[in-house]
Design a protein around this ligand. Structure first.
Ligand SMILES: Cc1cc2nc3c(=O)[nH]c(=O)nc-3n(C[C@H](O)[C@H](O)[C@H](O)COP(=O)(O)OP(=O)(O)OC[C@H]3O[C@@H](n4cnc5c(N)ncnc54)[C@H](O)[C@@H]3O)c2cc1C
Length: 404
């Protein structure tokens, strides 16, 4: 097994790390850098993006012919972790959710025409995108089979009716992906569509207030009462919506994990920076075994997360689905992030509860990690199903000869 990375990838990682250190981290500590939803101000983001792009640090998750750096999923694992040392990092490099997942799935599955009108402006950073799948009860959430939004064929168009909610970025997005039901077929009953925010027949009913800081455009509730979508805006083909979702979510879940590892490492920085200079009861905090146990446990959990993510990334790069690996990584890293932020706050005492560090920002943000893109329980259910099907073969090393 070879855990080395190429000299080119290491150079890219170092370049990102330097940019984050010099151009992004200083913004975080200035309250004037934030918008009213606790994210980076859009004008400041635009300026910082221009600078990153001029250095080639842009959309590296995409292939060169799409406007990216073609580093593959393993390369992304290395670089995303560096980007999210700062809470502002991923947006600066156009590698933030949901745009990055939307771009990757459209790069993989879009027609030439769809790539030109829908994907290209997102890649160029001119517009933002959103992915609308989840519905309020009794509609589809964890179980997409419960989806109630319908798209009914009418001539060359489909007519959409229904509701979606928690659609990240919808308040700012111009380009949307939408999942709707086109038949009652369990496996082939969903279809994925593209539409533009100016298309009539839908509206945002509210921006949902949440406990944490918000992505640009927030998390919105949408209502569709006759949106017409031409058949040419179907992704893949009618009835293949779950295939689009599977293609999108496999890698999108993993990119969340890559970013969250960066945030978890940042929490360790925040914890140790204080512990290394704070004295109490006659000794330095960092010299206390109880503090060392907390930090040591986090170090190991971060490395476990990195190995899970790397294995899944490697599997995706060689054409596999990595369903098991992605589920394991998602559960582990989401819980790790929560624990890392909690530990950073605890070690910093009252300072940890303040806004003098970003630990409290990460803590509030981290709670969503155990819900988005599949709640912990759903991923564990998936793992248990794999075990039922594979038995003791659930854990195995594939021999190179068998793969060939
Ligand atoms: C911040 C944020 C951003 C989001 N962004 C988007 C977005 O951009 N687009 C989009 O389409 N959706 C988005 N979502 C929705 C997200 O994907 C769903 O919340 C998630 O899939 C769970 O669905 P649900 O909320 O309907 O939970 P439900 O399906 O109602 O489940 C509720 C709870 O029940 C438990 N549960 C569910 N199934 C099982 C099971 N099989 N076994 C055991 N327990 C179970 C879990 O604890 C789960 O949390 C976002 C959510 C959040 C919080």
């Amino acid at each position: 097994m070879d855990f080395t990375i190429s000299a080119e990838l290491e150079a890219l990682r170092a370049q990102i790390a330097h940019f984050v250190e010099t151009d992004v981290l200083p913004l975080e500590s200035d309250p004037a850098s934030y918008d009213e939803h606790e994210n980076i101000r859009l004008d400041l983001l635009a300026r910082t993006r221009d600078k990153a792009r001029a250095q080639g640090l842009w959309c590296l998750q995409l292939k060169p012919e799409t406007g990216g750096r073609g580093v593959g999923r393993v390369g992304m694992a290395v670089c995303y972790e560096e980007m999210n040392r700062s809470i502002f990092g991923p947006a600066v490099f156009n590698s933030a959710a949901p745009d990055d997942g939307n771009m990757m799935v459209m790069e993989a599955l879009g027609t030439a025409e769809q790539k030109e009108w829908w994907l290209k402006p997102v890649v160029e950073g001119r517009v933002r995108s959103a992915f609308a799948m989840t519905e309020p009860a009794p509609g589809g959430g964890s179980d997409p089979g419960m989806m109630l939004t319908t798209a009914t064929r009418d001539g060359d168009d489909y007519v959409v009716r229904g509701r979606k909610w928690f659609i990240t970025g919808a308040g700012e997005a111009e380009h949307f992906m939408l999942l709707a039901r086109t038949s009652d077929d369990e496996r082939r009953g969903h279809t994925c569509f593209l539409f533009h925010k100016n298309d009539p027949g839908w509206r945002i009913t509210r921006r949902i207030p949440i406990m944490g800081p918000e992505e640009h455009g927030g998390h919105c509730e949408l209502e569709f009462d006759g949106l017409r979508i031409p058949a040419r805006n179907v992704v893949l083909e009618e009835g293949r919506g779950l295939k689009v979702v599977q293609t999108r979510l496999g890698v999108a879940r993993l990119t969340h994990c890559m970013r969250w590892l960066g945030l978890s490492k940042r929490c360790i920085e925040i914890a140790t920076e204080y512990a290394d200079r704070r004295d109490g009861f006659g000794i330095r905090l960092s010299k206390r075994e109880s503090v060392q146990m907390l930090i040591g446990a986090l170090c190991a959990d971060i490395e476990i997360g990195r190995l899970l993510v790397m294995k899944a990334a490697w599997e995706l790069d060689r054409g596999g689905f990595a369903q098991k690996e992605v589920s394991m990584a998602k559960v582990h890293v989401a819980n790790l992030l929560h624990r890392a932020a909690d530990t950073a706050i605890q070690i910093n005492g009252a300072r940890g509860y303040s806004k003098d560090t970003v630990a409290e920002w990460i803590y509030r943000y981290a709670r969503q990690a155990r819900l988005v893109d599949g709640a912990d329980e759903v991923h564990r259910m998936v793992l248990s199903r794999h075990l039922s099907n594979e038995g003791r073969n659930f854990w195995h090393w594939e021999s190179a000869e068998a793969k060939a």
